[in-house]
Design a binder for this molecule. Structure first.
Ligand SMILES: C[S@@+](CC[C@H](N)C(=O)[O-])C[C@H]1O[C@@H](n2cnc3c(N)ncnc32)[C@H](O)[C@@H]1O
Length: 447
Protein backbone atom coordinates (compact mmCIF):
# COMPACT_ATOMS: atom_id res chain seq x y z
CA UNK A 1 0.00 0.00 0.00
CA UNK A 2 1.22 3.43 -0.83
CA UNK A 3 0.65 5.94 1.90
CA UNK A 4 2.46 9.17 2.46
CA UNK A 5 2.33 11.34 5.51
CA UNK A 6 -0.62 13.59 4.99
CA UNK A 7 0.43 16.56 2.98
CA UNK A 8 -2.86 18.05 1.90
CA UNK A 9 -4.63 17.68 5.23
CA UNK A 10 -2.52 20.34 6.74
CA UNK A 11 -3.57 23.01 9.26
CA UNK A 12 -5.19 25.11 6.64
CA UNK A 13 -7.15 22.48 4.86
CA UNK A 14 -8.00 19.76 7.26
CA UNK A 15 -11.34 20.33 8.94
CA UNK A 16 -10.68 17.28 11.11
CA UNK A 17 -7.31 18.23 12.40
CA UNK A 18 -6.61 16.72 15.81
CA UNK A 19 -10.04 15.31 15.83
CA UNK A 20 -9.99 13.13 18.94
CA UNK A 21 -12.72 10.54 18.61
CA UNK A 22 -15.98 9.77 16.96
CA UNK A 23 -17.42 7.84 19.85
CA UNK A 24 -19.89 10.54 20.76
CA UNK A 25 -22.29 11.63 18.05
CA UNK A 26 -23.06 14.96 19.71
CA UNK A 27 -19.40 15.69 20.07
CA UNK A 28 -18.95 14.79 16.46
CA UNK A 29 -21.69 17.09 15.28
CA UNK A 30 -20.41 19.89 17.45
CA UNK A 31 -17.02 19.61 15.85
CA UNK A 32 -18.51 19.24 12.41
CA UNK A 33 -20.40 22.48 12.79
CA UNK A 34 -17.10 24.20 12.22
CA UNK A 35 -16.28 22.50 8.99
CA UNK A 36 -15.42 24.80 6.16
CA UNK A 37 -18.16 25.37 3.60
CA UNK A 38 -15.89 24.04 0.90
CA UNK A 39 -15.72 20.64 2.51
CA UNK A 40 -19.35 20.29 3.49
CA UNK A 41 -21.50 22.72 1.57
CA UNK A 42 -20.57 21.20 -1.74
CA UNK A 43 -22.12 17.88 -0.91
CA UNK A 44 -25.12 19.07 1.09
CA UNK A 45 -24.53 16.35 3.62
CA UNK A 46 -27.09 15.54 6.25
CA UNK A 47 -26.21 14.80 9.88
CA UNK A 48 -25.91 11.05 9.39
CA UNK A 49 -23.53 11.61 6.55
CA UNK A 50 -21.51 13.97 8.67
CA UNK A 51 -21.12 11.40 11.39
CA UNK A 52 -20.14 8.82 8.84
CA UNK A 53 -17.63 11.16 7.29
CA UNK A 54 -16.17 11.88 10.68
CA UNK A 55 -15.82 8.18 11.34
CA UNK A 56 -14.13 7.67 7.99
CA UNK A 57 -11.80 10.52 8.58
CA UNK A 58 -10.92 9.10 11.94
CA UNK A 59 -10.17 5.72 10.38
CA UNK A 60 -8.03 7.27 7.68
CA UNK A 61 -6.61 10.04 9.85
CA UNK A 62 -3.07 11.07 9.09
CA UNK A 63 -3.06 9.39 5.75
CA UNK A 64 -3.90 10.35 2.25
CA UNK A 65 -3.21 8.89 -1.13
CA UNK A 66 0.19 10.28 -2.01
CA UNK A 67 1.16 10.98 -5.58
CA UNK A 68 3.22 7.80 -5.25
CA UNK A 69 -0.10 5.95 -5.07
CA UNK A 70 -0.74 6.76 -8.70
CA UNK A 71 2.34 4.95 -9.99
CA UNK A 72 0.39 1.68 -10.13
CA UNK A 73 -0.98 2.91 -13.44
CA UNK A 74 2.45 2.27 -14.97
CA UNK A 75 2.71 -1.15 -13.38
CA UNK A 76 -0.70 -2.48 -14.15
CA UNK A 77 0.58 -5.97 -14.96
CA UNK A 78 1.83 -6.24 -11.36
CA UNK A 79 -1.37 -5.02 -9.75
CA UNK A 80 -4.34 -6.04 -11.85
CA UNK A 81 -6.17 -9.14 -10.75
CA UNK A 82 -9.55 -10.19 -9.51
CA UNK A 83 -10.00 -10.35 -5.74
CA UNK A 84 -8.61 -13.68 -4.56
CA UNK A 85 -9.77 -16.02 -1.81
CA UNK A 86 -13.21 -17.46 -1.40
CA UNK A 87 -15.07 -15.03 0.82
CA UNK A 88 -18.15 -13.00 -0.16
CA UNK A 89 -16.01 -10.32 -1.76
CA UNK A 90 -13.88 -12.67 -3.83
CA UNK A 91 -14.10 -13.15 -7.56
CA UNK A 92 -14.76 -16.84 -6.96
CA UNK A 93 -18.05 -15.86 -5.24
CA UNK A 94 -18.92 -13.03 -7.64
CA UNK A 95 -18.51 -14.49 -11.07
CA UNK A 96 -22.11 -15.25 -12.00
CA UNK A 97 -22.23 -12.70 -14.80
CA UNK A 98 -19.12 -14.07 -16.54
CA UNK A 99 -20.52 -17.55 -15.93
CA UNK A 100 -23.65 -16.51 -17.83
CA UNK A 101 -21.47 -15.43 -20.76
CA UNK A 102 -19.66 -18.76 -20.72
CA UNK A 103 -22.98 -20.64 -20.67
CA UNK A 104 -24.24 -18.59 -23.57
CA UNK A 105 -21.13 -19.24 -25.65
CA UNK A 106 -20.98 -22.93 -24.77
CA UNK A 107 -22.77 -24.20 -27.90
CA UNK A 108 -20.16 -22.42 -30.04
CA UNK A 109 -17.35 -23.87 -27.96
CA UNK A 110 -18.80 -27.38 -28.31
CA UNK A 111 -19.21 -26.96 -32.04
CA UNK A 112 -15.64 -25.72 -32.33
CA UNK A 113 -14.32 -28.72 -30.42
CA UNK A 114 -16.36 -31.07 -32.61
CA UNK A 115 -14.86 -29.61 -35.77
CA UNK A 116 -11.32 -29.14 -34.54
CA UNK A 117 -8.45 -31.13 -36.00
CA UNK A 118 -7.32 -34.05 -33.82
CA UNK A 119 -3.57 -34.32 -33.32
CA UNK A 120 -3.33 -38.08 -33.73
CA UNK A 121 0.38 -38.52 -33.22
CA UNK A 122 0.60 -36.44 -30.05
CA UNK A 123 1.04 -38.16 -26.71
CA UNK A 124 -0.19 -35.09 -24.86
CA UNK A 125 -2.63 -32.33 -25.80
CA UNK A 126 -1.87 -28.96 -24.28
CA UNK A 127 -4.66 -26.55 -23.46
CA UNK A 128 -4.32 -23.06 -21.99
CA UNK A 129 -6.89 -20.81 -20.33
CA UNK A 130 -5.63 -17.23 -20.57
CA UNK A 131 -6.96 -14.94 -17.84
CA UNK A 132 -8.24 -17.81 -15.70
CA UNK A 133 -8.67 -15.94 -12.38
CA UNK A 134 -10.05 -18.27 -9.71
CA UNK A 135 -13.15 -20.31 -9.14
CA UNK A 136 -15.67 -22.35 -10.97
CA UNK A 137 -15.62 -20.72 -14.41
CA UNK A 138 -12.11 -21.68 -15.39
CA UNK A 139 -12.21 -25.13 -13.79
CA UNK A 140 -15.56 -26.12 -15.26
CA UNK A 141 -14.55 -24.87 -18.71
CA UNK A 142 -11.30 -26.79 -18.63
CA UNK A 143 -13.15 -29.92 -17.55
CA UNK A 144 -15.69 -29.49 -20.33
CA UNK A 145 -13.02 -28.98 -22.98
CA UNK A 146 -10.94 -31.95 -21.86
CA UNK A 147 -13.96 -34.26 -21.54
CA UNK A 148 -15.23 -33.46 -25.00
CA UNK A 149 -11.86 -33.72 -26.65
CA UNK A 150 -11.19 -37.00 -24.89
CA UNK A 151 -14.51 -38.37 -26.15
CA UNK A 152 -13.55 -37.48 -29.68
CA UNK A 153 -10.17 -39.22 -29.35
CA UNK A 154 -11.87 -42.28 -27.87
CA UNK A 155 -14.31 -42.48 -30.76
CA UNK A 156 -12.13 -41.43 -33.66
CA UNK A 157 -8.55 -42.49 -32.86
CA UNK A 158 -6.54 -45.50 -31.83
CA UNK A 159 -5.08 -43.84 -28.84
CA UNK A 160 -6.25 -41.32 -26.25
CA UNK A 161 -3.60 -38.77 -25.38
CA UNK A 162 -2.97 -37.28 -21.98
CA UNK A 163 -3.99 -33.69 -21.33
CA UNK A 164 -2.04 -30.85 -19.84
CA UNK A 165 -3.99 -27.78 -18.67
CA UNK A 166 -2.27 -24.44 -18.22
CA UNK A 167 -4.05 -21.90 -16.06
CA UNK A 168 -2.59 -18.53 -17.01
CA UNK A 169 -3.07 -15.15 -15.41
CA UNK A 170 -1.11 -12.16 -14.19
CA UNK A 171 1.29 -12.92 -11.33
CA UNK A 172 -1.01 -11.07 -8.91
CA UNK A 173 -3.73 -13.67 -9.46
CA UNK A 174 -4.56 -15.88 -6.49
CA UNK A 175 -3.21 -19.11 -7.95
CA UNK A 176 -3.21 -20.70 -4.50
CA UNK A 177 -6.99 -20.44 -4.22
CA UNK A 178 -7.38 -21.71 -7.73
CA UNK A 179 -5.27 -24.78 -7.13
CA UNK A 180 -6.86 -25.43 -3.76
CA UNK A 181 -10.23 -25.69 -5.49
CA UNK A 182 -8.91 -28.10 -8.08
CA UNK A 183 -9.55 -31.04 -5.77
CA UNK A 184 -7.50 -33.45 -7.78
CA UNK A 185 -8.19 -36.82 -6.28
CA UNK A 186 -4.83 -38.02 -5.01
CA UNK A 187 -6.05 -41.62 -4.98
CA UNK A 188 -6.40 -41.49 -8.76
CA UNK A 189 -3.77 -43.38 -10.61
CA UNK A 190 -1.93 -41.09 -12.99
CA UNK A 191 -3.56 -42.72 -15.99
CA UNK A 192 -7.00 -41.70 -14.70
CA UNK A 193 -6.23 -38.07 -14.05
CA UNK A 194 -8.41 -35.90 -16.25
CA UNK A 195 -5.53 -33.54 -16.87
CA UNK A 196 -2.23 -32.34 -15.47
CA UNK A 197 -2.69 -28.78 -14.23
CA UNK A 198 -0.05 -26.08 -14.17
CA UNK A 199 -0.08 -22.37 -13.43
CA UNK A 200 1.52 -19.87 -15.80
CA UNK A 201 2.03 -16.36 -14.46
CA UNK A 202 2.39 -13.56 -17.00
CA UNK A 203 0.55 -11.23 -19.30
CA UNK A 204 -1.29 -12.60 -22.30
CA UNK A 205 -0.04 -9.53 -24.15
CA UNK A 206 3.39 -11.20 -24.00
CA UNK A 207 4.67 -14.63 -24.92
CA UNK A 208 3.71 -17.16 -22.26
CA UNK A 209 4.79 -20.39 -23.98
CA UNK A 210 7.53 -21.67 -26.30
CA UNK A 211 6.85 -21.86 -30.00
CA UNK A 212 4.14 -24.24 -31.23
CA UNK A 213 3.40 -25.56 -27.78
CA UNK A 214 -0.38 -25.29 -27.58
CA UNK A 215 -3.19 -27.18 -29.29
CA UNK A 216 -6.10 -25.31 -27.84
CA UNK A 217 -6.35 -21.88 -26.22
CA UNK A 218 -9.38 -20.42 -24.51
CA UNK A 219 -9.71 -16.96 -23.02
CA UNK A 220 -12.94 -16.15 -21.24
CA UNK A 221 -14.12 -12.76 -20.05
CA UNK A 222 -10.55 -11.46 -19.86
CA UNK A 223 -9.46 -9.77 -23.08
CA UNK A 224 -11.40 -6.58 -22.46
CA UNK A 225 -8.78 -5.79 -19.79
CA UNK A 226 -6.14 -3.63 -21.40
CA UNK A 227 -2.41 -3.91 -20.84
CA UNK A 228 -2.29 -0.33 -19.63
CA UNK A 229 -4.27 2.83 -19.09
CA UNK A 230 -3.43 5.03 -22.09
CA UNK A 231 -0.98 7.65 -20.80
CA UNK A 232 -2.85 10.53 -22.45
CA UNK A 233 -6.01 9.99 -20.43
CA UNK A 234 -3.97 10.64 -17.28
CA UNK A 235 -2.22 13.69 -18.72
CA UNK A 236 -3.72 17.00 -17.67
CA UNK A 237 -2.18 18.73 -20.68
CA UNK A 238 -3.76 16.32 -23.14
CA UNK A 239 -7.11 16.73 -24.88
CA UNK A 240 -7.71 13.12 -23.91
CA UNK A 241 -7.48 13.79 -20.17
CA UNK A 242 -10.38 11.89 -18.62
CA UNK A 243 -11.18 14.34 -15.88
CA UNK A 244 -13.74 13.37 -13.29
CA UNK A 245 -14.54 10.01 -14.77
CA UNK A 246 -13.41 6.54 -13.93
CA UNK A 247 -14.13 5.02 -17.31
CA UNK A 248 -14.95 5.86 -20.91
CA UNK A 249 -18.55 4.90 -21.52
CA UNK A 250 -20.27 8.01 -22.84
CA UNK A 251 -16.89 9.75 -22.66
CA UNK A 252 -15.36 12.44 -24.82
CA UNK A 253 -14.15 11.51 -28.28
CA UNK A 254 -10.44 11.97 -27.54
CA UNK A 255 -10.62 9.82 -24.44
CA UNK A 256 -12.48 7.07 -26.23
CA UNK A 257 -10.04 7.20 -29.13
CA UNK A 258 -7.11 6.78 -26.76
CA UNK A 259 -8.71 3.69 -25.25
CA UNK A 260 -9.61 2.34 -28.70
CA UNK A 261 -6.01 2.75 -29.86
CA UNK A 262 -4.69 0.93 -26.81
CA UNK A 263 -7.20 -1.83 -27.38
CA UNK A 264 -6.10 -2.20 -31.00
CA UNK A 265 -2.41 -2.45 -30.04
CA UNK A 266 -3.18 -4.92 -27.31
CA UNK A 267 -5.25 -7.24 -29.45
CA UNK A 268 -2.54 -7.16 -32.11
CA UNK A 269 0.07 -8.22 -29.52
CA UNK A 270 -2.22 -10.89 -28.13
CA UNK A 271 -2.72 -12.46 -31.57
CA UNK A 272 0.95 -12.23 -32.51
CA UNK A 273 1.95 -14.06 -29.36
CA UNK A 274 -0.67 -16.77 -29.84
CA UNK A 275 0.37 -17.20 -33.45
CA UNK A 276 3.83 -18.15 -32.20
CA UNK A 277 2.68 -20.38 -29.39
CA UNK A 278 0.00 -22.40 -31.19
CA UNK A 279 0.39 -25.49 -33.38
CA UNK A 280 -0.98 -25.37 -36.89
CA UNK A 281 -4.56 -26.62 -36.76
CA UNK A 282 -4.88 -25.54 -33.14
CA UNK A 283 -7.94 -23.69 -31.98
CA UNK A 284 -8.29 -20.30 -30.31
CA UNK A 285 -11.61 -19.64 -28.58
CA UNK A 286 -12.25 -16.23 -27.06
CA UNK A 287 -15.16 -14.69 -25.18
CA UNK A 288 -14.62 -11.04 -24.32
CA UNK A 289 -16.91 -8.27 -23.16
CA UNK A 290 -17.79 -6.40 -26.34
CA UNK A 291 -20.12 -4.37 -28.49
CA UNK A 292 -22.38 -5.35 -31.36
CA UNK A 293 -21.65 -4.44 -34.95
CA UNK A 294 -21.88 -0.75 -35.80
CA UNK A 295 -22.09 0.39 -32.20
CA UNK A 296 -19.85 3.39 -31.63
CA UNK A 297 -17.02 2.93 -29.11
CA UNK A 298 -18.27 5.75 -26.88
CA UNK A 299 -21.35 3.64 -26.39
CA UNK A 300 -19.56 0.78 -24.70
CA UNK A 301 -22.57 -0.77 -23.03
CA UNK A 302 -25.53 -0.60 -25.36
CA UNK A 303 -28.85 0.59 -24.03
CA UNK A 304 -28.96 3.55 -21.61
CA UNK A 305 -30.32 1.46 -18.74
CA UNK A 306 -27.46 -1.01 -18.90
CA UNK A 307 -25.15 1.92 -19.05
CA UNK A 308 -26.65 3.63 -16.03
CA UNK A 309 -26.60 0.41 -14.07
CA UNK A 310 -23.13 -0.79 -14.98
CA UNK A 311 -20.75 -0.77 -12.00
CA UNK A 312 -18.04 1.08 -13.96
CA UNK A 313 -20.23 4.09 -14.80
CA UNK A 314 -22.36 6.66 -12.99
CA UNK A 315 -22.37 5.23 -9.48
CA UNK A 316 -18.62 4.69 -9.58
CA UNK A 317 -18.02 8.31 -10.64
CA UNK A 318 -20.40 9.50 -7.95
CA UNK A 319 -18.68 7.41 -5.29
CA UNK A 320 -15.33 8.99 -6.18
CA UNK A 321 -16.98 12.39 -6.11
CA UNK A 322 -18.35 11.61 -2.63
CA UNK A 323 -14.83 10.92 -1.38
CA UNK A 324 -13.66 14.16 -2.90
CA UNK A 325 -16.53 16.14 -1.38
CA UNK A 326 -15.82 14.62 1.98
CA UNK A 327 -12.18 15.59 1.79
CA UNK A 328 -10.95 12.00 1.84
CA UNK A 329 -9.11 12.35 -1.44
CA UNK A 330 -7.93 15.23 -3.57
CA UNK A 331 -9.00 15.96 -7.10
CA UNK A 332 -5.89 14.49 -8.67
CA UNK A 333 -6.52 11.21 -6.93
CA UNK A 334 -10.02 11.05 -8.33
CA UNK A 335 -8.93 12.03 -11.83
CA UNK A 336 -6.02 9.61 -11.98
CA UNK A 337 -8.21 6.59 -11.41
CA UNK A 338 -9.20 5.01 -14.71
CA UNK A 339 -10.49 1.53 -15.33
CA UNK A 340 -8.34 -0.19 -17.95
CA UNK A 341 -11.13 -1.96 -19.82
CA UNK A 342 -12.47 -1.60 -23.35
CA UNK A 343 -15.38 -3.39 -25.01
CA UNK A 344 -14.40 -4.16 -28.58
CA UNK A 345 -16.90 -4.32 -31.39
CA UNK A 346 -17.30 -7.29 -33.69
CA UNK A 347 -15.62 -5.27 -36.50
CA UNK A 348 -12.66 -4.32 -34.31
CA UNK A 349 -12.09 -7.97 -33.49
CA UNK A 350 -12.40 -9.02 -37.12
CA UNK A 351 -9.99 -6.30 -38.28
CA UNK A 352 -7.39 -7.43 -35.74
CA UNK A 353 -7.59 -11.03 -37.00
CA UNK A 354 -7.47 -9.89 -40.64
CA UNK A 355 -4.33 -7.86 -39.96
CA UNK A 356 -2.58 -10.67 -38.15
CA UNK A 357 -2.05 -13.47 -40.62
CA UNK A 358 -2.01 -17.01 -39.32
CA UNK A 359 -5.60 -17.40 -38.16
CA UNK A 360 -8.82 -18.26 -39.93
CA UNK A 361 -11.96 -17.14 -38.18
CA UNK A 362 -14.56 -19.90 -37.97
CA UNK A 363 -17.12 -18.20 -35.81
CA UNK A 364 -17.50 -14.59 -34.82
CA UNK A 365 -20.60 -13.24 -33.17
CA UNK A 366 -22.00 -10.83 -30.63
CA UNK A 367 -24.12 -12.22 -27.81
CA UNK A 368 -26.37 -10.29 -25.50
CA UNK A 369 -26.28 -11.55 -21.94
CA UNK A 370 -28.95 -10.80 -19.36
CA UNK A 371 -27.31 -9.36 -16.32
CA UNK A 372 -29.07 -11.51 -13.71
CA UNK A 373 -31.71 -14.18 -13.40
CA UNK A 374 -35.34 -13.10 -12.82
CA UNK A 375 -35.33 -14.85 -9.42
CA UNK A 376 -32.28 -12.88 -8.31
CA UNK A 377 -33.85 -9.65 -9.47
CA UNK A 378 -37.07 -10.41 -7.56
CA UNK A 379 -35.06 -11.19 -4.45
CA UNK A 380 -33.23 -7.87 -4.75
CA UNK A 381 -36.42 -5.90 -5.34
CA UNK A 382 -37.70 -7.28 -2.03
CA UNK A 383 -34.45 -6.30 -0.33
CA UNK A 384 -32.65 -3.40 -2.06
CA UNK A 385 -29.91 -3.41 0.58
CA UNK A 386 -28.95 -6.92 -0.42
CA UNK A 387 -28.79 -5.66 -4.01
CA UNK A 388 -26.42 -2.90 -2.90
CA UNK A 389 -24.25 -5.43 -1.10
CA UNK A 390 -24.21 -7.85 -4.02
CA UNK A 391 -23.31 -5.18 -6.56
CA UNK A 392 -20.65 -3.75 -4.32
CA UNK A 393 -19.12 -7.16 -3.77
CA UNK A 394 -19.02 -7.57 -7.51
CA UNK A 395 -17.14 -4.29 -7.81
CA UNK A 396 -14.82 -5.26 -4.97
CA UNK A 397 -14.15 -8.60 -6.62
CA UNK A 398 -13.21 -6.87 -9.85
CA UNK A 399 -11.63 -3.56 -8.87
CA UNK A 400 -10.43 -3.84 -5.28
CA UNK A 401 -6.78 -4.59 -6.11
CA UNK A 402 -6.44 -1.52 -8.34
CA UNK A 403 -8.51 0.77 -6.11
CA UNK A 404 -6.34 -0.27 -3.17
CA UNK A 405 -3.20 0.38 -5.16
CA UNK A 406 -4.61 3.83 -5.85
CA UNK A 407 -5.87 4.92 -2.45
CA UNK A 408 -4.88 2.25 0.09
CA UNK A 409 -7.36 1.81 2.95
CA UNK A 410 -9.66 4.48 1.58
CA UNK A 411 -10.69 1.85 -0.98
CA UNK A 412 -13.21 0.54 1.52
CA UNK A 413 -14.70 4.02 1.87
CA UNK A 414 -15.19 4.15 -1.87
CA UNK A 415 -17.01 0.82 -1.89
CA UNK A 416 -19.22 1.94 0.97
CA UNK A 417 -20.24 5.11 -0.91
CA UNK A 418 -20.89 3.01 -3.97
CA UNK A 419 -23.08 0.63 -1.97
CA UNK A 420 -25.11 3.47 -0.46
CA UNK A 421 -25.81 4.94 -3.87
CA UNK A 422 -26.65 1.63 -5.48
CA UNK A 423 -29.02 0.55 -2.70
CA UNK A 424 -31.00 3.77 -3.09
CA UNK A 425 -31.40 3.50 -6.83
CA UNK A 426 -34.65 1.55 -6.64
CA UNK A 427 -35.79 2.45 -10.17
CA UNK A 428 -32.74 0.83 -11.67
CA UNK A 429 -33.30 -2.27 -9.62
CA UNK A 430 -36.50 -2.93 -11.57
CA UNK A 431 -34.79 -2.72 -14.94
CA UNK A 432 -33.45 -5.75 -16.70
CA UNK A 433 -30.05 -4.88 -18.07
CA UNK A 434 -27.76 -6.50 -20.53
CA UNK A 435 -24.12 -6.70 -21.33
CA UNK A 436 -22.52 -7.88 -24.50
CA UNK A 437 -19.78 -10.32 -25.38
CA UNK A 438 -17.95 -10.97 -28.60
CA UNK A 439 -17.29 -14.66 -29.17
CA UNK A 440 -14.68 -15.71 -31.67
CA UNK A 441 -13.29 -19.07 -32.67
CA UNK A 442 -10.27 -19.17 -35.00
CA UNK A 443 -7.99 -21.87 -36.32
CA UNK A 444 -4.22 -21.48 -36.49
CA UNK A 445 -3.40 -21.71 -40.20
CA UNK A 446 -0.05 -22.21 -41.95
CA UNK A 447 1.78 -18.86 -42.33
C1 LIG B 1 -13.09 -11.25 -15.24
S1 LIG B 1 -11.75 -12.29 -14.98
C2 LIG B 1 -12.23 -13.72 -15.90
C3 LIG B 1 -11.84 -14.99 -15.25
C4 LIG B 1 -12.36 -16.26 -15.87
N1 LIG B 1 -11.79 -16.49 -17.16
C5 LIG B 1 -13.87 -16.26 -15.94
O1 LIG B 1 -14.41 -16.26 -17.05
O2 LIG B 1 -14.51 -16.24 -14.90
C6 LIG B 1 -10.47 -11.61 -15.99
C7 LIG B 1 -9.10 -12.19 -15.70
O3 LIG B 1 -8.19 -11.75 -16.69
C8 LIG B 1 -6.96 -11.50 -16.07
N2 LIG B 1 -6.15 -10.61 -16.90
C9 LIG B 1 -6.37 -9.32 -17.19
N3 LIG B 1 -5.37 -8.85 -17.95
C10 LIG B 1 -4.52 -9.86 -18.15
C11 LIG B 1 -3.30 -10.00 -18.85
N4 LIG B 1 -2.75 -8.98 -19.50
N5 LIG B 1 -2.69 -11.20 -18.87
C12 LIG B 1 -3.23 -12.26 -18.20
N6 LIG B 1 -4.39 -12.19 -17.52
C13 LIG B 1 -5.02 -11.01 -17.49
C14 LIG B 1 -7.35 -10.86 -14.76
O4 LIG B 1 -6.29 -10.91 -13.84
C15 LIG B 1 -8.53 -11.72 -14.37
O5 LIG B 1 -8.15 -12.79 -13.60
Amino acid sequence: MKWGLCSFWDDQHSPFLDYPSVSSASHTLHRLAFLSPSSVGRSQMDCTSLVRVAASREKTKGRCASSEGHTWTKELHRILCMQGGEDDMSYAKNSEAPAAAITSSKPLLMESIRSMKLFVSEACIRIADLGCATGYNTLSTMELVVQNLRLRYEKECDHVPEFEAFFCDLPSNDFNSLFRSLQVDSSCSSSRKPYYPAGVPGSFYDRLFPKEKLHLVVSLNALHWLSKIPAVVLDKQSKAWNKGRAWIDGGRKDVVEAYAKQSEEDLKMFLRCRREEMMEGGMLFIVMAGRPQFQEPENQLGDPDSRAKHPFTNSMDQAWQDLLNEGLIDEDTRDMFNIPAYMRSVEEVKTAFDRCSGFKIQQLEFQKIIEHSKEKQQEWIRDPDSYGRAKTNLVRATLKPIVEAHVGDIAEELFERFQTRISKDIDMLHKTCFYGVVVVCAIRMPD
